[in-house]
Ligand binder design. Sequence first.
Ligand code: C2E
Ligand code: MN
Ligand code: MN
Length: 403
Amino acid sequence: MQLYQLIYKSTATRPFSEHELSQLLKCCQYNNAQVNVTGVLLYDGTHFLQVLEGRFSVLNKLIGKIESDQRHASIVTLIKEPIVKREYVNWSMELIKKKGFALTKIEHTFEEMHERINGQRQQLEIETRSMLIANAFRDGDWSGSDGLTESVIPFEGGRYLHQRLAPTFEVEQKFAFQPIIDVMQREVIWVEALIRGPDGESPMSIFDGLDDSSLHKLDAQSKLDALKAFRQFDTDSGLSLNLLPGTLLEYPDVVEELAQLADEFKIERSNIIIELTEQEAIENLEHISKIANEIKAHGFLLAIDDFGSGYAGLSILVELQPHIIKIDRGIVHGASQSGPREAIIDSIIYCAKRLGISIIAEGVETKEDLNWLFAAGIKRFQGFLLAKPAFMALPSIQGPKKW
Ligand code: C2E
Ligand code: MN
Ligand code: MN
């Protein structure tokens, strides 16, 4: 039967005294011994970190119970993986603490604990993963961005009225529009134009039938239509446009044309974002960095779309120096419950901050993720939770008045 190790962290819903913790532990020890689960529990005054080892199905059942335990909240799985042997061999759960020290801080190293558990140091030439994670926990690296209580987000929905374009307004290419919201400014800061077929068909269905050169032509020409449609709305928001790098290579003039049209419409160029997808951009990095400079030289903002979805990742920040990155919804979705997502997002934020890049989280679908992302330091969001794209219209912001 395959053994698994599961590591999660959680936030204590209240402080625990030493006495309470030892009671808690006794209970864990008994229950875990019954189902042959071993492990260790760490508490730093505000958070728990628990390592559990046992059979997969048993651990799953156990985590279900743990999730409904009122004593802690914001449970985030850091690791769940098969292991060859137990690390906490004879432990049916132990609480790690420094002897005689009030349980407010874990002061010792996890290596020392390991040594105590297994008795000899020579077995421990390479740190195990649980040791590394426990050390990061001890150093406070996992306590930066807890789930927030609902009321902390200072944004109230429902302020923006749905605006449909007049039926008489004609452009060749149709678009849907989706707001990007800044929760601190309480504003729709930009609106993204998403290409649509005549009856609202998806971009995929439009692009699929086209060869590269017609695709690029459509992509370039349609952006002027997006700008024309956007201009009809009564809004102070900026506009965000998607362009394929291939389009910019084949039709480099599109940047200049957009700039002229924006000037004619008296829309500030600095209120217009040009989004390039990470995946596409990297395939042609040298050319694309020239184009990136073109975009900047015209006064537009440059964004990397779907950041984190491709393989380029951080090198794109070196090469393109975008103003904005839009974190891919593959990473954003479920951020509040996943240790790997949490760690990746934290490091993107850290890196972006140092480089003066602002962040948009896209694909936000749940309140939990929104709260978590906000607590982590992200202020700008796009997603179904806030507003779904509306066909030839500017949608109002959804969601409860109070978050
Ligand atoms: P994108 O630029 O990343 O646009 C966001 C996509 O995610 C949109 O799909 C939007 O409807 C969807 N979305 C937004 N919030 C959520 C959410 O909370 N959950 C989920 N599951 N999805 C969400 P859409 O409109 O189907 O567009 C797909 C892609 O097509 C776009 O992804 C973009 O890469 C491309 N695209 C759209 N318009 C254009 C265009 O004019 N030119 C080019 N080159 N590409 C375009
Ligand atoms: Mn986009
Ligand atoms: Mn995207």
